[in-house]
Design a protein around this ligand. Sequence first.
Ligand SMILES: Nc1nc2c(c(=O)[nH]1)N[C@H]1C(S)=C(S)[C@@H](COP(=O)(O)OP(=O)(O)OC[C@H]3O[C@@H](n4cnc5c(=O)[nH]c(N)nc54)[C@H](O)[C@@H]3O)O[C@H]1N2
Ligand SMILES: Nc1nc2c(c(=O)[nH]1)N[C@H]1C(S)=C(S)[C@@H](COP(=O)(O)OP(=O)(O)OC[C@H]3O[C@@H](n4cnc5c(=O)[nH]c(N)nc54)[C@H](O)[C@@H]3O)O[C@H]1N2
Ligand code: SF4
Ligand SMILES: [Mo]
Length: 703
Amino acid sequence: MKKSVYSICGMCTVRCPIRVEVEDNEVTWIEGNQHLIGGALCAKGSAGTALVKDDERPQQPLIREGGRGAGRWKKVSWPTAYDYIADKLKNIKSEYGPESLVVSSRGGPWQGMYKTFCHGFGSPNYTNHDCTCGRNTHHASLSINGVGRKGFSYDIKNAKHLVLFGRNMFASLQIAVNLQTMDMLENGGRLTYVDVRQSMTGLKATRFFQVRPGTDYALALGMIHEIIKKEAFDGDFIDKYVTGFDELCYFIEQYSPKWAAKECGVKEKAIKAFVDEVLEDSPKVIFHPGWNLSRYKDSFYVSRALHTLNILMGNIEQEGGLLIPKGPGDCGVKGIRNLDCPKPDIKRGDGVGWKYNHFDKGPGLAHLFFPTMHSQDPYPIKAWIAMRHDPLSGMPDPEAQKRAFDNCDLLVSIDTHYSEFGWYADVILPESTYLERDNPICLQKGLKPRLAVRRKAVDPVFDTKPSWEIFKQLATRLDLDEHFPYKTIEDLWKWQLEPTGLTIEDFAEKGFVSLTDEPIMFDRDKLDGQFKTPSGKIEIISKKLTDAGLDSLKPYTSPTKAPKGQFRLVYGRSAVHTHGHTVNNILLYELMPKNSLWINTKVAAKLGVVSGDLVDVIAADGFKQRIEAHVTEFIHPECVYTVHGFGKQVPLQSRSYHAGLSDQKLMVGMLDNWDKAGGAINLCEAFVTVRRSARNMKRRVEL
Ligand SMILES: Nc1nc2c(c(=O)[nH]1)N[C@H]1C(S)=C(S)[C@@H](COP(=O)(O)OP(=O)(O)OC[C@H]3O[C@@H](n4cnc5c(=O)[nH]c(N)nc54)[C@H](O)[C@@H]3O)O[C@H]1N2
Ligand SMILES: Nc1nc2c(c(=O)[nH]1)N[C@H]1C(S)=C(S)[C@@H](COP(=O)(O)OP(=O)(O)OC[C@H]3O[C@@H](n4cnc5c(=O)[nH]c(N)nc54)[C@H](O)[C@@H]3O)O[C@H]1N2
Ligand code: SF4
Ligand SMILES: [Mo]
C-alpha cells in the first residue's frame, strides 16, 4: 500500500519540513515539503532511507556487562531496562539527593519533555550541547539585545548584502536559509565571506576575505571604525533604541582598517571597498552573528561586534534585515501546551546562576559539570542521561571526560545509534528513528508562525521506542506521572492542542498549521519593549558583564602564536554529514568515507608532504592519529583543517569504525579552556604537531 506522510527531517537538528512516500512499510522517497521549501532537501535528508535500514544501530535495550567501553552488552526487554534505570535513580536520589542527576540533550522544540523529567525528579541540572555550538552567539545577543540567539531571523531573500564570518552556510546547511541566499544572489545581492580557508560558501561569494585564524574580531572592529568614520550608520535608529554609542565611538578610534588589515592579513583597500558597498546597500545589509562560534578566546566578542554592525545598519525589523520572530500571541491566537515543570530551587551543579551570574541559566553549561564530578562541590554528580547528545564526540578531550564520568554510578544514552558516549555508558535505550516515530507538536516562530508535527512514516524495524514513550515509562516508575499527562501520543497531541481549538487532523493536508495568513511585521517606530535588557534598549555597555568584572568593549589581543612546528587545529562541517552520526550511513559513507587534513602548500613543501601522503597529527599529550593530507593554497599557513565527526571507536559500526581522524581527541586540555565571558569552549585554541608519516611508501624518483 502506498501513502504520503508530511513530517520533519531528523537527519540533523535543522528540522526541515519533509514529505515522505511509503510503500508497504518501506520509505521509497523523501523530499522537502512543497508548501514550504519547494521540494528541496540535502543529501543527508535524502539518505534517511538508509538510516531506517541500517542494522548496525542498537536494536533493543542494552545493559552493560563488562567494564565501561569494553563493548560487552546484555540484550534486555524494555521493562527490564526501565526498571534497571529507575532503581538506580531511586538509590542515587536517596544517597546523594536528586540534584546529582544531569540530563543533557540537543535542545530544540521537544526539550520541554527532557527538562520536565529532570526537574520533576528534583534536579535543576538540565543541560544541552550548546557550550560547543552557539552559546557564545546566544550570550552575545542576550548581553546586547536582551534576546537570545533565536531572537532574530534573517530576511536574506530581500537583503542586498549578506556578510558571513565563518558561517559556512553552503556546507553547514539549513535548507530554507540556503534557498533564500540563492534567491538573494540571483537578484543581484552581494555575499561577503570571511574564513581562514576557501569553502563552499566562499566559492559563491562576491567578496572573500581570507583571514589569519582567530582574527575576526580585528576585522569586525576595523569595519565598525570605517562605518562610523564614514557616518554610514542609521543615526535615527541609534538615537531611539541604542545606549552606549558614544563609548563605542571612543573605543573604536584605535582600530582603523589599516590596523585591522595588518592584523588579519588582508588588504586595507579591500576593507574600505567593502564599507563603500555597505554604504550603497544599507540598511538591507545583514551581518550574520555566527552559529558555531565556540572557537576562539574572543569569539563572544566577535559575535558582539557583528551584532553591533547590525545595529549600525539599523536593520532590525527592516525588510532585508533582522526580523523578530512572531508567536501565537502576535497572531491573536492561543498557543499549544508543552510539558513543563518548574526548576527546583537548588543551586546548579555547573555553577551557572550563582557562581556565574551573567549566563543564561536555562540549560547552563555542560562542560562545567566535569570539574564538579571530581570535586563534588557543591555536591556529587552521580547520574547522566544523554538524550540525543553525544558528549564524547561533541565535547573535546573524550579521555578527560571519561575520567570525570567514572565518578558517576549511572550513564544512560537514549540514541538512535551507538554513540561514543553510548558505547561507554551503562545502558543504551534505542530510540526509533525520526521516520519510525511520532513527536509532540511544536511551534515554529517566524513572520508566519506555524505549528508543525513529526509523524511516523513506517513502523519501527527493530525493538526501538519513541522518546515520548521512553520518558513516560521512566516517569511512571519514578512517580512523576503528574508531569506526563498522557498514555498515548494521541493523548499528548490532544492535550497540547486543547487551548488552540485545533485537532491533529488539521495537520494532515500540509504537515503544519499556519497561525496567520499574512506575514507579521512590527512597526519599526514602536520597537520599545522588544529588547529585554535592563534599560529596554539595545545596550552596547552591558551592566551584567560589568558586574561580572568583564568588558563590554574588549580591547583586542592577537591570537596566541602556535609553538614552533605546530599548527592551530581548525575544523568545520561537510555538506554530506551531520557531526558524528552519519558516517555509518551507507549512502553518506559512500559520498564521504573519511576526512583529510588540509595543509597549506608552502607549509606542506617544508614538511615534505604532497597531497595523498599520510601525515601524523599529534596532540599536546602525544596522542597520534594518521590521516591523508590534502595540500592546498586555499588555507592559511598557520592552521590545518579537518571535517569534524570522524575517527569513531564503536566496532559494531563497521563503516565509521576508525575511519578518518577525530578532531575532539586532538583537543587535549580544551575542556578547561573556555570563555569566561561567553561561556563556550574555545575549540580552536588547540595546537597540533604535523609530520610526514613513516608509514608512507618511499617516493620513487623518476630519472
Ligand atoms: N551539513 C551539515 N550542516 C550542518 C551541520 C552538520 O553537521 N552538517 N550542523 C549544524 C550545526 S549544529 C551548526 S552549529 C552549524 C554550524 O555552522 P557554521 O557556524 O557555519 O560552522 P562550521 O561549518 O563549523 O564552519 C565554520 C567555518 O569557520 C571557519 N573558520 C575557522 N576559523 C576561523 C576564523 O578564525 N575566522 C573565520 N572567519 N572562519 C574560521 C572554518 O574554516 C569553517 O569553514 O551547521 C549546521 N548545519
Ligand atoms: N571537535 C569538535 N567538536 C564539536 C564540533 C566540531 O565541529 N568539532 N561541533 C560542535 C557542534 S556545532 C555541535 S551542535 C555539537 C554536536 O554535538 P553532538 O551531541 O555530538 O551532536 P550529534 O552528533 O548531532 O548528535 C548527538 C547524538 O544524537 C543521536 N541522534 C540523532 N538522531 C537522533 C534521534 O532522532 N533520537 C535520538 N535519541 N538520538 C539521535 C546521534 O546518533 C548522536 O549520537 O558538537 C560540537 N562539538
Ligand atoms: S539540513 Fe538536510 S539533514 Fe538537516 S534537517 Fe534539513 S534536509 Fe534534513
Ligand atoms: Mo551546532
